[in-house]
Ligand binder design. Structure first.
Ligand code: NAP
Length: 321
């Protein structure tokens, strides 16, 4: 049975990846950091099938101990301070976890077992003020947030350990992906939750920042498949994973409110508090390399994704109501 370690297993992607790897016959381990309240809601349904280990990307010793204790074939580094707006409020912490955390894990792998295959969760936010459209693996980076800057570091240190030490280290440059398990602060989830609560009379309005930015947005369940595919290749590499379509925040509102028969313009209020200090206007990825080399393609369309999330949030709002 192959053994995989997932950092960030309590997050959106970690939970989907754990589901996927269990389906592939893996022995799945998840690294969780200590907190005073347990937050395992996304992995509750599989908790008896996985092993949770205590560790933190801020603590090199904990990473080394985990790798020494179990023989992993693959490590998926999904843990991060992943919310862009928070990265302006906590830029140093974001750098410690999202940037240097990657080096700590790579160092742990280098010192314990160089044969472990490594996946780094890079991000389309690295393209920021985009240098070309669409963005590929060769597009220069121009990050526009401390989060994006930290991810650029994480990306290049992954490439560097691959080239310096011959590690099987791959970086997935993933464009936005979401799901019913997405954190409530992320925009499409915020919209679908708002729609459900407005529809059921629990809220009267939805406050959002800039409605113009365009995002290439897919379903998280599709994207974790690409992570695994990268580590099955004989040689490590970097891949853009994206749908190739863009949708503005305004369009997301239109779709989501439309599904419950409401006009978004009556409920959405623009609020300056949610506007980023530096915006990323247009992200759209060209995933031809992933399609060609990995055989990856997304299965869930944008309308199907929005519908899935609205349905889920309606069910949750009904319970709350
Ligand atoms: P998420 O839901 O915010 O999950 C982040 C995970 O990281 C959580 O499990 C969190 O644990 C863990 N974590 C944070 N700090 C940690 C630390 N110091 N040590 C150990 N674990 C720590 O993020 P996601 O959406 O699943 O994204 C997964 C990864 O892909 C992230 O690196 C993200 O930046 C990247 N990414 C995401 C997208 C996207 O659209 N979703 C796109 C491109 C790249 P707690 O539960 O304890 O907070």
């Amino acid at each position: 049975m192959p053994q995989a370690l997932i950092t960030g297993i309590t997050g959106q992607d970690g939970s989907y990846l754990a589901d996927f790897l269990l389906g592939q016959g893996y022995n799945v381990f998840g690294m969780v950091r200590r907190s005073s309240t347990v937050n395992f809601s996304r992995i509750q349904h599989i908790q008896d099938k996985i092993t949770l280990l205590s560790g933190d990307l801020l603590d090199l010793g904990s990473l080394i101990s985990i790798l020494q204790e179990y023989e992993f074939d693959e490590v998926y580094n999904l843990a991060a301070q992943s919310f862009v707006p928070t990265s302006w409020e906590q830029p140093v912490f974001t750098g410690e976890v999202t940037a240097l955390g990657v080096t700590r894990m790579l160092e742990a792998i280098r010192s314990v077992d160089k044969g472990i295959r490594f996946y780094q969760a890079s991000s389309s936010e690295m393209f920021g003020k985009v240098r070309e459209v669409p963005q590929t693996e060769r597009t220069p980076f121009y990050p526009r947030s401390p989060y994006g800057v930290a991810k650029v570091y994480g990306h290049w240190i992954t490439v560097n350990y691959r080239e310096s030490y011959g590690l099987h280290a791959s970086s997935g440059i993933l464009f936005n992906h979401t799901s019913p398990r997405r954190g409530l602060e992320f925009v499409l989830r915020k919209i679908t939750r708002g729609v459900a609560r407005i529809k059921l009379g629990l809220e009267k309005e939805l406050r959002l920042g800039n409605l113009d930015p365009q995002r290439d947005i897919g379903y998280a369940g599709d994207y974790v498949r690409a992570m695994w595919m990268m580590l099955q290749q004989s040689a490590p590499d970097d891949y853009v994973v994206a749908t190739g379509e863009t949708h503005s925040i305004r369009e997301m509102c239109e779709q989501a409110f439309g599904f419950v028969g409401l006009d978004w313009q009556e409920f959405v209020v623009q609020d300056a508090r949610f506007i980023r200090p530096a915006e990323v206007d247009l992200l759209v990825g060209d995933a031809s390399k992933a399609r060609r080399t990995l055989g990856w393609a997304p299965a869930v369309s944008f309308p199907a994704l929005v519908q899935m999330m609205v349905d889920n949030d309606l069910a949750l709002a009904q319970q709350e109501g």
